[in-house]
Design a protein around this ligand. Structure first.
Ligand code: GLY
Ligand code: MN
Ligand code: MN
Length: 440
């Protein structure tokens, strides 16, 4: 049963806690404009431990010497509210559906918190958060601290996020299945966009096609704002305006990925608007692709993101030297970090429930996190060559290329989870020549 996945995670977190109570709030609805809200997206830590997709909830993991219990506060059923905005799970069903031990109406939080916190010294929570339920818990702890006739009240506040984020670093097989599902839809969308692109189209037309496929295939949302960047727009790293005309002879950079069960996919492909790479475009593209393949090949347990970063800087500097974009000796260019002008970001990031998963890159001693089986990260080397940079040879000005895949660490090495999304020049040109309807 799906809820055993969440119960196991709660048990694991409890096993890492001293006596005390951990508090994990849900996301809240965010107003977009009067009487209308942004689409709801659950807070990733809350979802990781509950599998519950409603706002207005707080999860408590309580541990004492004798026993542990999980308590969920959530919105009660309300026929009037449900008539307007949809069904709620409600308090009565929460224990059987979500596998928590106790469930209460969130409106009773203030009155029930004292009883739940009394007797515990430690509160585990995001100490930097201004979430209203966590503020309520701190207020309750303060009140308890002034109450004379109780044995113990909470006065150690322990930052919960490092514990949670370290757990989230290793993906369970269930989690990689969700990422695979997201990627299967993302693949369809990228292939459809490559095939549909025509000179004269607006970038947002391809965005609409991509997001149509996400929705049609059952993904409730993209994992981040879709980027469709024609020509020089690719040199704006998080270009989401998507309003320009796509031109013949230009490349287009598409960075788009859907969510599945709140798990992200994060894929970039760069392809020719008219279906054929020009010679300079191909030379640069293949240089970056070759670097990406070498970096991915080096991924295995025991190495680290920092080592891959250094490798990417070396490989991309070599590419830029060979094409006359950077001039000077390799050592000098690396020493001066000259590549940063055209490759300004990192080689990748953790990915999971968040597209930029919040897991650590350094351990508590400040040492680089060493790769282990189950971790998932993106690999996204890029070179951005702005149109107005006169130091760049003319043939390359106005080209921005990034290629991005999602990689799973396995016991012996890695698996590229997005291996079947067209990437070589030959594969991309083949897809570009197809009818986009084949991918819908
Ligand atoms: N799509 C955001 C990123 O590649 O990091
Ligand atoms: Mn990324
Ligand atoms: Mn991306």
């Amino acid at each position: 049963m799906k809820n055993t996945i969440y119960a196991k995670r709660r048990k694991k977190l409890l096993s890492q806690m001293h006596d005390g109570v951990a508090l994990i709030p849900s996301a809240a609805l965010q107003m977009r404009s009067n009487d209308t809200e942004f689409p709801f997206r659950q807070e990733s830590n809350f979802y990781y431990f509950s599998g519950f997709n409603e706002p207005g909830a707080l999860l408590l993991l309580c541990k004492n010497k004798k026993s542990n219990k999980t308590v969920l506060f959530l919105r009660k059923r309300d026929p009037q509210a449900e008539m307007w905005v949809g069904k709620r799970l409600g308090v009565e069903e929460a224990c059987s559906v979500l596998g928590v031990d106790e469930a209460y109406d969130i409106e009773t939080l203030e009155e029930k918190l004292s009883g739940l916190l009394e007797g515990h010294l430690n509160l585990y929570l995001d100490i930097f958060s201004s979430n209203s339920y966590l503020r309520q818990a701190k207020k309750t702890a303060e009140k308890l601290s002034h109450t004379r006739d109780i044995e113990r009240s909470p006065h150690n506040f322990i930052h919960l996020l490092p514990l949670l984020e370290t757990m989230r670093l290793h993906k369970e097989p269930y989690e990689t299945e969700q990422i695979r599902k997201a990627l299967s839809i993302t693949k369809q969308a990228h292939h459809a966009a490559m095939a549909a692109a025509r000179p004269g189209m607006k970038e947002y037309e391809l965005q609409a096609l991509i997001e149509y496929i996400f929705k049609k295939e059952g993904s409730p949302h993209d994992a981040y704002g879709t980027i469709v960047a024609g020509g020089n727009n690719a040199n704006t790293l998080h270009y989401i305006e998507n309003s320009a005309v796509l031109k013949s002879g230009e490349l287009m950079l598409i960075d788009a990925g859907c969510e599945w069960d709140n798990y992200a996919s994060d894929i970039t492909r760069t392809s020719p608007v008219n279906g054929k790479f020009s010679a300079p475009q191909q030379a640069l593209y293949e240089g970056i692709l070759d670097a990406q393949l070498k970096i991915i090949k080096a991924i295995k347990p025991g190495t680290s993101k920092q080592k891959l970063q250094a490798k990417s800087e070396l490989l991309l500097t070599e590419v830029m030297r060979e094409l006359g974009i950077l001039k000077g000796s390799l050592d000098e260019l690396i020493e001066k970090k000259s590549f940063k002008k055209y490759y300004p970001h990192g080689i990748g990031h953790w990915m999971g429930l968040d597209v930029h998963d919040t897991c650590p890159y350094k351990d508590e001693n400040g040492k680089d996190i060493v790769f282990e089986e189950g971790m998932v990260l993106t690999i996204e080397p890029a070179i951005y060559l702005p149109l107005d940079d006169m130091e760049i040879p003319e043939a390359f000005r106005g080209i921005g290329i990034r290629t991005e895949d999602d990689i799973l660490l396995t016991s012996k090495g890695h698996e590229n989870l997005s291996l079947d999304i067209a990437k070589s020049v030959e594969e991309i040109e083949k897809i570009c020549a197809m009818d986009y309807r084949e991918f819908i």
